[in-house]
Structures are given as C-alpha cells and as structure tokens.
Design a protein around this ligand. Sequence first.
Ligand code: PLP
Length: 667
Amino acid sequence: MAQNQADAARRDWLSPCFLGAYAENDSLLESVLVELLRDHCYWRRNVHPEDPPLIPILARDSREYRDFVARMKTELHGLSARLKRTVPFYNPRYIGHMASDLLLPGLIAQLVTTLYNPNHVTDEASPATLSLELEVGLQLARMFGYATDEHHEPCAWGHVTSGGTLANDEALWYLRAVKYWPLAARNACRAAAFEPGHLIDLPDDFTVLDDWALFNLSIERTVALRRALLRSIDEQLDRRNARALAAAIEAARIEALGVAGFHAALDLETTPCVMVPVTAHYSWDKALKLLGMGSANLISVPVDERMRMDVDALEDALADAHARHKPVLAVVGVLGSTEFGSIDPVDRIVSLRHRWRKRGLDYGIHVDAAWGGYLASIFRDASGGLVDHAELRRRFHYFPSESVHHAFGALRHTDSITVDPHKLGFIPFGCGAYVARNRAATDFISQKAAYVFDAEPDEAEYQRRFHNLGKYIIEGSKPGASAAAAWITHRVLPLDQGHFGRLCATTIDNCEYFFEHIDELAAELNGIARIILPFEPDTNLICLAINPEGNRDLGAMNRFGEALYQQMRAGTGVDPHQREFYGSRTRVHRSSLREPMARRLTDALGLDPDSFVVDPDDSGQQDDSLFLLRHTLMNPWLSGHGTDSHGMNFLDRYCRWLGKLIRQTIK
Ligand SMILES: Cc1ncc(COP(=O)(O)O)c(C=O)c1O
C-alpha cells in the first residue's frame, strides 16, 4: 500500500518532466514550442519594424522558391527517416550508456535559444544569454558546496563546455597555468635583476627558491604571490620598465615557451605527473597528450574492492613522487566512474593533500564528476546545507554509504570539478561544465599579457572579464543554447534534494531495485549459469558477470558475454526496432585488481583462477580482462510501479528477458 502511494506520488511529479517514452507529453511540447516560435517571429518583426519585409509574399510563387522548398522538404524528410534509426535513449528499455530522456525545460530552451543563435565567446555576440552561462557555473558550484559570495575570496566560477572531455582538459590547463607561474616569474625577475624582497608568507625572497619549492606552492599562495609581485613591480619600477617586466614574465611562461623550451631551463628532473584511479575515463590520457605532458605521465592508482581509488596506493604513489622529486600537477578523484559508478573517497584525497603539503609536496585536486556530479543535488538541502547521512539513509535502502556521504561532503575542499549536464543533468548533448573553487585562477589564463594595472581585479573587473569568456576558456565560438538549457533546468528544478535531487534519487532507486532482484535472477538460473555482481554499486550503475555453469575458462566466459551483448547492442548496422533491451558492456582488467579481489571473482564465477592473468597465453582459455554487462540505470521510469499486465516494471522485464537470453545462448 505504502509502495503504491510512493509510486503514485512519483508518477505525479515526474509526469510533466519529460516528453515520455510514448511521447505522452507531445501536445505540451508542441504548444510551448509553437508559442515560443511565434514569440521569436514577433521579436524579428519588432527589430526596426519600420523596415519593409525583404522577402516579398509573391516570391513564394516563383519557381526557384518552390524548387528550394521541395528540395529542402525532401531532404528533411530523408533526415527524419534516417533519424528513426537513432538509439531510443528516452525509452526505459535503454540501459546502456549514459543517456536517457531529456528534461522538457532544457530541451525546449535549447531548441528555442538556437533560433536566436547566441555565441558565448563574448557578450558582444550574446548580450542576453552569456550571463546565464556564468550563472550555471554558480548554480553548479553551490551544489558542490563551493563559496559563491562575490565579495569574498575564494569565490567560485564555472562555465559550460562541450562535454566532460573538454572540462577535464581545461582543469589541467588551468592547474598548469597556475602551478608553473612562480617558476616563470622567478626566471623573469632574475633575468631582469629585479629583487622584489619578501612578498608573502614565504621563508625567503621567492626569486631565490628552487624549482621544486616554487612548483609546490599552493594555488592560494600562488595567487597571493602574483598579486604581491605585480604590486611590487608597480611600486619599484617606472611604468615602462614595469610593463616590460610583466611582459617578460608572460614570455617566460610554459604557455609561451612550450613544454620542452620551458623544462630545458629548469632543475626539475622531469615533467609533472597527474594521478588518477585506474577507473579514470580515457579523456585523461587525451588531456595529457593534448597539453604535451605525455600520457606516460598519467599515473594510474589502483582501486579497492569497490572500484574506488585506493588511498593507501595513492599515498605510496605520492611518496614515490616526493622521493624522486617528480612534480605532481594534480590528483584526480572520480565521482561516478564511467564503468562502475564508483565514488572515490574525495575526503581522504583531500586529507592526504594536507599531510603532503606539510612535507613540501603540493598539487591541485580535481574531481571528475562528469557522471556523478548531479547526484550532489541529493545531498543539498534548500538552503545549501549538506543533508546529513542519517536523513539520507531513511530515504534509501542502502545509499549512501558513509564513505560516499563523506566524499560528497568534501567536494567543497577540492580545486575544480567536471560535471556533465548532458549526462545526469538530462540535457541534450553538447553540455558539460568546468567549475572551479577560486576564480582568481583566471588571472593566470588571460590570453593577453598581464599588466600591472590589473594586478588585483575587483568584482566589477571579473564581471567585465567574463564578458570576454573566450579569453578564459579553451573553446572560442560556442553555442549559447546548451547553457540556456542548463540554466532553465536548474531554475525549474533547483539543484537540491527537494527538486533535482528527487530526479537523481529515482536513479538510485532503480539501482537499489535491480540490486535486490539480481539474487532472484541468479536463483532462477541456478545450475544453468552463475550471475554475480562483481562490485557493490556506489550509485546508479550496475555490472553483471555471467558464466555458464561448469565453464572454467575465462576466455569462454568472455565469448559467452559477448554473445549476450550482441543481442542488446546498438550501433551501425543494428535495427533499433529489433531490440528488446539495449545494454552496454565493459571489461575489468586483471592488472587493475589486487590478487584477493581477482580470486574472489574467479571463485564466485567458478572459473579457473589461472585463466584470469595479466599476460594471457595463446590458448584462448586465458584472458587479461573479464567481460561484464554494464547497466546505466538513469531512466526514471525503470523501477517503481509495474507497467505491463503482470504488474512488472522495466527492470523486472529486463531480468526476465535476460534470463531467457542466457538460457537460449547456452543452448
Ligand atoms: C567520468 C567521466 N569523465 C569524462 C567523461 C567524458 O565526457 P564527454 O563524453 O562528455 O566528453 C566521461 C564520459 O563518459 C566520464 O564518464
């Protein structure tokens, strides 16, 4: 009874949010779109209404006009027909990758804003909407617990990117600009024989410090050092020499000299590294390549049995870097890993930095929350406070574990965060975001030389600065439509537990439901196949490993998994109408697991432990990875009330279908 009431309540608030798997809200979408389209046309007519129309009404009768329209319609219908082969992400039968139905406010905002075509590279091309993008940055920052009071430092900022990959690139781009700056400033001051004296709370004049000491200044100290130095230059030198030295600092930076040129002049033994968990998305590899830092400098830290970064292993990696004087640019925690949804212990990553800072090793902490970032809305109350663990535990069956709660609570202590509105934000693709705790870092990015007169920007200066957003981000021209989509979504569903958090909570409900029903599926297939959950989920992704009963070879098990996957994969050459369900797959590599964990998996699956190895032989029985079916459970209609005549919901139906598929495939 209580469950029915909860289902009904959920249906009530969820019903207007999406177009719906059956396009149930088609007339709502159509009426709002038509209304706003008309509004757009009135706007066109009201810009200098005294001007005569340029397209004469009679033009419609001309042959060329009609030909053009005919061609356009033919091609558009062709496109529309082609689009029918698109993967139906909106449907609860889709549990593959990180995509689902789109929230109506964002979808409509995106379509309508495109009519106005704002370009957020500068407010000259987007006076009406650029501020919305900056507001999105602050909305997200507040969800993560960053301070956003514009009158106090640090004050956060953030902006929309094309996706998580670019936000990750930008995080490293920013950290590199800040971390290397003291070295460039020292080199330029030494070359100019400029002695600034004691500037900030450093034990010495910074120009006598060595590379290691300067690279290991914190972001906050580097911000303070830059301001103090520029002030000192301004006070001690005449305007011409001050400008010349400021320009010399810019010319001495890694951004000007290039990695090789910069490092050639240093004592730093090697280029810096970036530490990520082995579960990190491959965009990190790309980021290091792109910045010329070399993917060999991406250090993969092992994970524990829940696929979370192993902080003891991180400690070892940091100790090793410290011993070798290998600079560390950043440690990256993942909040919702791509394959498993696992949540790295951000709180412990933060505490570890405190300790290493005291020993002279300092680095940025970035959190890749491309997937899990929006789950932070579950943890925020309406006044911006962190909801306590006990309260959240009453709402869910298992979520959040204490460790997950601590991780979300510690986000405010990190330096920057990637989050993707186009994933768990339910917004159309092309919308990621980079959010940083301290906007003062933008002082280091400007594409123009820093002159003495903008040494200490005030709030008004920051506002002016962001109106030239293109100078502070990697991208240039960029669509205002995706920022508008995110902004409107956060306005309609504020990022707290009572609004957006409710939607995110349904994804956790899905996961808990699936988690609780896997045992039934496993029992049903007893004696036919072994189904195990290799890792307990932290959030809303679940992987399953499946091995036909009696099979001992990992190679055979992986081929069996692939055969199952072929029945649920989407992609070129697959008719989406022929699919019962759409799933995805992943593999867990032996090299990323510790021995007891690998042994636990092979035992539970009835596999020969010697078939799961780092270096497989050619027998076809061994493999270095274990196949998993991966389920992204973000569609809010997956669990809850039953939807078919037997009262089964989509997850029940999926389990039944998967059981049947396993039996058939074994046959
Ligand atoms: C954790 C994580 N980081 C980064 C990315 C890259 O995001 P995008 O595909 O939006 O570039 C993904 C994508 O799945 C991800 O899961």
